[in-house]
Design a protein. Structure first.
Length: 219
């Protein structure tokens, strides 16, 4: 278990980091962490996972983006364990939280991950599958991580299509019933984006628009 005072301290520290480095985290900022935390708690309560451990994992799951752009969750291990140690979480529990985060990561996960990782994964995956994400958030991911539109399309399709086809895009049955149609539509959209980028004229259009987008972000 992670005691409630420690959870409140973790939340305060992560929120402070997100606000301090808000310009560095347009996609993975506090808005993302709060959404994932809230949904992960819901899923943990439904599947019988350790809610306090899932809460801590959700709060700390993306601190790697404070360490290095476009990095795997493992890049944030030292920062993550440092925060947990500072708030008094025992080393064994801290290591468990860090393992859950790695287990839940889209590029790593498989059918038989732990209940705690399932709850975190479903919450983070839902954020990716939301119908608003391509409209309101995709450009923020490009800005935050310094990747191109073709690179992002390839990343999404390579990491997500396989788990969707294998039937464990969501682990929670209720989430799968409610959100799978969103996930399918999202992946189909990104498939269309990838196909459109095979057209040289579309690539020229994207190249012409990118400076405009960068200027708007800077403003």
């Amino acid at each position: 278990m992670v005691a409630q005072p420690a959870l409140l301290d973790i939340e305060r520290r992560v929120q402070e980091l997100c606000l301090r480095y808000a310009e560095q985290l347009p996609f993975h900022g506090w808005h993302h962490v709060r959404f994932v935390r809230d949904k992960a708690v819901d899923f943990a309560e439904q599947n019988g996972a350790n809610v306090s451990v899932v809460t801590a994992a959700a709060l700390l799951h993306d601190v790697n983006y404070l360490v290095r752009k476009n990095s795997p969750a493992a890049a944030g291990t030292d920062l993550r364990l440092g925060v947990l140690a500072e708030v008094g979480v025992p080393a064994e529990t801290a290591d468990w939280i860090d393992r859950i985060i790695g287990e839940a990561e889209m590029r790593n996960r498989h059918r038989d991950i732990s209940l705690e990782a399932q709850a975190l994964s479903d919450a983070d995956t839902l954020y990716k599958a939301l119908p608003i994400t391509p409209v309101l958030l995709a450009h923020r991911y490009l800005e935050e991580n310094g990747v191109s539109l073709p690179e992002l399309a390839q990343k999404i399709l390579s990491e997500q299509q396989g788990v969707q086809e294998a039937g464990y895009y969501f682990y929670n049955a209720e989430a799968a019933a409610r959100y799978t149609q969103w996930a399918r539509a999202n992946l189909r959209l990104w498939q269309c984006i990838a196909e459109s980028l095979d057209d040289p004229s579309v690539l020229e259009l994207v190249a012409a628009l990118e400076p405009v987008a960068e200027g708007a972000a800077a403003g």
